[in-house]
Design a binder for this molecule. Structure first.
Ligand SMILES: *[C@@H]1O[C@H](CO)[C@@H](O)[C@H](O)[C@H]1NC(C)=O
Ligand SMILES: *[C@@H]1O[C@H](CO)[C@@H](O)[C@H](O)[C@H]1NC(C)=O
Ligand SMILES: *[C@@H]1O[C@H](CO)[C@@H](O)[C@H](O)[C@H]1NC(C)=O
Ligand SMILES: *[C@@H]1O[C@H](CO)[C@@H](O)[C@H](O)[C@H]1NC(C)=O
Ligand SMILES: *[C@@H]1O[C@H](CO)[C@@H](O)[C@H](O)[C@H]1NC(C)=O
Length: 498
């Protein structure tokens, strides 16, 4: 097929009639396909438009939106501990899983995750409470040490980088060192007034520590969930958290941005907010009003009463030039596999992107089958959080519904060329009698060589699951040509070149 795509690339110069759908990845409701890659047995060509299908997808590449940096989850201390355990118990399975998660080679049998989030210090998914400087009143940060973190955090990051050296890493604390806070302690409280520069210096040291371990940081945030005090599970102070009003975050951000620029971290993005959709019209907007020059953008989570992904517009309408990231939503143990695929695809891997996000991340990358290990006393997710993958103590692992939702989306934007650019979102709409049955995102991935044809990809959720055969006979309209495809109930990612 590689030869064929090169041949069609040459033809593109003269005619677009050679456009064909060459790669199809499918995850079906019946689990008959789980992120399964196929190349159509009979070629699916774009040709002269005929009758439109029951759903007619119109791709509009005159509308080009944000770059999609990718999909992933948080490598919590707990996730890293499980990966490390798997590595020592069953190293073959460990490397198989690493490859299955992080191999971004076009066409690889993998979820192609390219964005991960790590905690600077403890979160609710750590064995113990700690920060990277737990020496009381160490205002010069002389005792700062990243080695307060378990060594398996860094060894796992190093192994991930060996699979994808371009992986984008987002780092942030769940709490400042307890002694910087009021009252003193990791769980709850606020940053003590006057410690804004100190926290900025602590975060600069964290960037320097990652660098000294050859772990490149793509973006940093100041505080995970700065409005945690509003959340029932945090109000009892069972986990590392800080209530940080926007004006405090603005002050820390201005200080940190200056320190980053003065210390060789000009390219690292500074991301604000990191909390739920339902506050999109307030905190992130106020933060930008106070410190827009210091922040590259803001990030959102899915939790909170009445939160919907469309809320992101309450921020993007005011700050259209700032970047938006979606950084956390957890699976919960016991929920329905297909309902989760639908919800994650509708709201997160397609929906959040439609409203400006350049990433979509789930909470823990890996947990065990009972949602552990976690910080003693933390009551996260009530019945238990589910990781993107489950790692069992017998040396086996399972990819969960979150993995397939992320992987189906990642296949559309992963670089076509090694070290090539990631895809950008482009315009798309659906019409026809069954337009309601498909939820569609469209993306264009440019090539390293401008003479190579760009890759166009669709991520299509067919959620017509009410009848025995919910297949939707569809047409795809692209630059005056049309192709036909029947989408099974599930998620399909397909690509062509032009
Ligand atoms: C290795 O497997 C054993 C036995 O199933 C399990 O108890 C242990 O937690 C695993 N080791 C690590 C380091 O995870
Ligand atoms: C990624 O997948 C490609 C294609 O299957 C394979 O050739 C390559 O060895 C894999 N790379 C890594 C680092 O596992
Ligand atoms: C840290 O500083 C505070 C405020 O100055 C003081 O009350 C406290 O005793 C100091 N703690 C230690 C361990 O030195
Ligand atoms: C925020 O966004 C939601 C969803 O689009 C909308 O219903 C709501 O009116 C917006 N709120 C404000 C304050 O703009
Ligand atoms: C979809 O197309 C197939 C093959 O042409 C046909 O058998 C089927 O009835 C069509 N389904 C619908 C709902 O139009």
């Amino acid at each position: 097929m590689r030869l064929l795509s090169i041949a069609s690339a040459a033809l593109v110069l003269h005619s677009i009639s050679a456009q064909q759908i060459l790669d199809v990845w499918t995850t079906t409701q019946d689990k008959g396909s789980l992120l399964k890659g196929t190349q159509p047995s009979t070629s699916i060509n774009f040709g002269t438009p005929g009758t439109a299908g029951n759903a007619d997808i119109s791709v509009d590449d005159s509308k080009v939106y944000q770059t999609i940096y990718g999909f992933g989850a948080t490598l919590t201390d707990s996730s890293a501990k499980l990966f490390d355990g798997l590595k020592s118990n069953n190293s073959d399975e460990y490397w198989k899983l690493m490859d299955y998660m992080f191999n971004v080679t076009d066409g690889a049998n993998s979820g192609a995750l390219s964005y991960i989030r790590v905690s600077i210090g403890a979160s609710d998914f750590s064995d113990t409470e700690y920060s990277w400087d737990d020496t009381n009143n160490d205002t010069t940060l002389a005792k700062f040490s990243a080695d307060a973190a378990p060594s398996y955090l860094f060894s796992t990051l190093t192994d991930i980088l060996s699979i994808n050296s371009n992986i984008m890493i987002h780092a942030l604390p769940w709490s400042a060192p307890g002694w910087m806070k009021d009252p003193v302690g990791m769980n709850g409280g606020t940053l003590a007034s006057g410690n804004e520069d100190l926290l900025a210096n602590y975060l600069l040291k964290a960037l320097q520590a990652f660098k000294s371990k050859d772990i490149p940081i793509f973006s940093i945030a100041i505080q995970a969930g700065p409005l945690q005090i509003n959340e029932p599970e945090n109000a009892d102070g069972s986990l590392p958290s800080t209530d940080m009003p926007y004006d405090t975050e603005a002050t820390v951000g201005k200080s940190l941005r200056g320190l980053m620029n003065d210390n060789g971290f000009t390219d690292v993005k500074l991301i604000g907010f990191e909390h739920n959709w339902n506050h999109a019209d307030a905190y992130p907007v106020q933060l930008m009003d106070a410190a827009a020059d210091s922040f590259d953008g803001v990030s959102f989570h899915c939790y909170g009463d009445g939160s919907v992904y469309q809320d992101q517009a309450n921020f993007t309408s005011k700050y259209p030039d700032k970047e938006v990231f979606f950084t956390e939503c957890s699976g919960t143990i016991g929920s329905d596999w297909w309902s989760d695929i639908k919800s994650n695809t509708d709201k997160i891997t397609i929906g959040s992107l439609e409203y400006g996000s350049s990433s979509a991340m789930i909470w823990n990358l890996a947990l065990d089958s009972s949602g552990g290990p976690k910080l003693p006393g933390a009551d996260s997710c009530n019945g238990g959080c589910r990781g993107v993958v489950t790692i069992n103590s017998d040396g086996t692992w399972t990819a969960n519904q979150e993995f397939y939702a992320l992987g189906q989306a990642a296949k559309a934007i992963v670089p076509k060329d090694p070290n090539g650019p990631y895809g950008k979102r482009i315009g798309v709409s659906v019409s026809g009698g069954q337009d309601w049955a498909l939820r569609v995102g469209a993306y264009k991935t440019e090539r390293v060589s401008s003479s190579d044809p760009a890759r166009y990809s669709l991520v299509v959720l067919n959620w017509n699951d009410g009848s025995s055969d919910g297949t939707v006979n569809s047409t795809i309209e692209f630059n005056g040509k049309q192709a036909a495809y029947s989408f099974p109930v599930g998620v399909t990612t397909l690509s062509w070149y032009a």
